[in-house]
Design a protein around this ligand. Sequence first.
Ligand code: HEC
Length: 138
Amino acid sequence: MVAAALAGLALIAGPAASKSASPSAPPLYAHVQAAAGAKVYSAQCAQCHGEHLEGGVGPALKGPNLVRLAKKTKLAVGDMFSFLALQMPLNAPASLSHDQYVQVMAYILQSNGYPAGAKSLTYDGAMKSSVVMTTYGK
Ligand code: HEC
């Protein structure tokens, strides 16, 4: 009985408690977006950021390097997205479609352990997102 009551409480507390002690990655994008983003990434970004986002000429976009940077600059998803959508690729800024940028962002989120969800990420939504950019379980 106690366990059931507690489980109920946890359910109710869920979304509202997202700022509390044990963080879990929020779903921000749809799976198909990340899958499409992987292709855009390898065509447009991998040559500088590494085949697996590990970094190269450009900084790593996942893992410890990203976490360090994110902490230092209090990086939100919206900050990273506005940077990549307006400044990247370095050799041709803002040259991809809005959809392609959103797909790449979804791929970067997926690569950092954010789960896919029922809702698609949108260009405006990504620009405004104040969700903390970090790495989960990687
Ligand atoms: C020609 C090389 C090149 C290409 C192609 C390129 N980048 Fe970059 N990227 C860089 C460099 C160099 C930096 C660091 C620039 C700076 O700090 O001003 C950077 C910075 C970034 C950052 C900021 C990361 C941080 O740690 O500050 C993001 C996000 C990013 N790139 C994403 C992308 C995405 C997504 C693509 C593909 C659409 C892409 N880049 C394509 C070279 C590249």
